[in-house]
Design a protein. Structure first.
Length: 288
C-alpha cells in the first residue's frame, strides 16, 4: 500500500515527514522475496536555514530508515543527509521539499518499519513514523501490487534503475500530493498471475474521505481501460484520472481488475491529497 502519514508537533514547528511504501513481487525468480520501495519526503519549510556566506543560506535534514525483523534484528538500515538548494533569501514562502527513494529485496514475513527525520540545525526538532510491514509473495490467484501514484505519465523505454519498473520510468508524486497546476493523476501497478492473453477490464474511481460526520462519500472521478494478461512477467497497469474539477480534500483511489465475465479478479487502493488552491513546491534536493 501507498501510505501518506503526517506527524507534526503542536508545540513547535517540526520537519514534516511523509513516507510512501510500495511492495512488488521480485521479478528475479532466482532470488526469493519481495521488492520494497521506500519513498520519503521532508517538507523544506519547517527546516532551519543557516547562513553560510552573504546571501547564502543552507538547511539539512538527517533521515534514518530502518526495517526490523520480529526478533529485533535489522533487515535494513540507512542514514542519509538531505539538503535543499541554497537560498539567498529565507523569507521565501515556498521552500523545496526533500525526497529520497530506496529499493530493497526482503523475504516474506512480518517486519517493523521506522523512519526518523531530524533537523540538522535545530536540535530536538524531529518527526517519527513507525508502521508494520507485511510481505507475502506466494499467492497463486491474480493479485495486484501496491499502487504508485505518479506526477507524470509512466514513460516507456526506461533503462533499469531505482526509478523504473518493467521498462517504465516512474516519477512519483511526493507524499501523494496533487496541487494546483497538476490537473491529472497518474498511477502504476502490476498484476500477478493473470491468465496469459486474456483481456482484462481495469476500472478506477476516486472517492472523497475524511469527511465531516454525517456527510456521505461520493465518487468524484472514474475511468477505465483494457489490458491483456502478459506472459512470463507482470501485467502492467498504467492510467490516469482528470483532476481538473476535483476540489481540495483527501481521496481514496480504488483500482479493480475484472475478466470478460465481469468477475472481480483483484483490487487495490491508495490514498492521496488534492490541493486545488496552492501550487506545490518543486525541485527536491539530492541525498548527500
Amino acid at each position: 500500500m501507498l501510505l501518506l502519514l503526517h506527524l507534526t508537533a503542536a508545540a513547535a514547528p517540526q520537519p514534516t515527514l511523509q513516507l510512501d511504501v510500495a511492495r512488488f513481487r521480485n521479478e528475479d525468480v532466482s532470488v526469493k522475496g519481495n521488492v520494497v520501495e521506500l519513498y520519503a519526503t521532508v517538507s523544506g519549510k519547517w527546516l532551519r536555514y543557516m547562513r553560510r556566506a552573504p546571501k547564502m543560506y543552507q538547511a539539512a535534514a538527517v533521515l534514518t530508515l530502518e526495517i526490523v525483523r520480529p526478533n529485533g534484528q535489522a533487515a535494513y538500515q540507512e542514514t542519509v543527509t538531505l539538503k535543499p538548494p541554497v537560498l539567498s533569501d529565507t523569507t521565501a514562502v515556498i521552500k523545496n521539499p526533500l525526497s529520497f527513494q530506496k529499493r530493497i529485496v526482503l523475504p516474506d514475513g512480518e517486519y517493523s518499519l521506522r523512519a526518523l527525520v531530524q533537523d540538522q540545525y535545530r536540535k530536538g526538532q524531529q518527526s517519527l513514523i513507525e508502521m508494520p510491514l507485511v510481505l507475502k509473495s506466494t499467492e497463486a490467484k491474480p493479485t495486484l501490487s501496491d499502487l504508485v501514484l505518479l506526477a507524470k505519465p509512466a514513460a516507456r523505454g526506461a533503462e533499469a534503475s531505482n526509478f523504473s519498473r518493467s521498462g517504465f520510468s516512474l516519477t512519483r508524486a511526493p507524499g501523494a500530493l496533487y496541487a494546483r497546476g497538476q490537473e491529472k493523476l497518474f498511477f502504476y501497478g502490476e498484476l500477478y498471475n493473470a491468465a496469459v492473453g486474456q483481456p482484462l477490464q481495469v476500472s478506477y474511481r476516486l472517492k472523497e474521505i475524511n469527511l465531516p460526520k454525517g456527510m456521505g462519500a461520493k465518487t468524484i472521478a472514474t475511468g477505465q481501460s483494457t489490458v491483456t494478461g502478459a506472459e512470463g512477467r507482470p501485467t502492467v497497469l498504467t492510467s490516469e484520472l482528470n483532476l481538473g474539477k476535483v476540489p481540495t480534500g483527501d481521496y481514496l483511489l480504488t483500482v479493480e481488475v475484472r475478466n470478460a465475465k465481469n468477475q472481480l479478479l483483484a483490487s487495490q487502493t491508495a490514498t492521496l491529497h488534492r490541493e486545488a488552491n496552492d501550487y506545490a513546491p518543486a525541485g527536491a534536493g539530492p541525498a548527500r
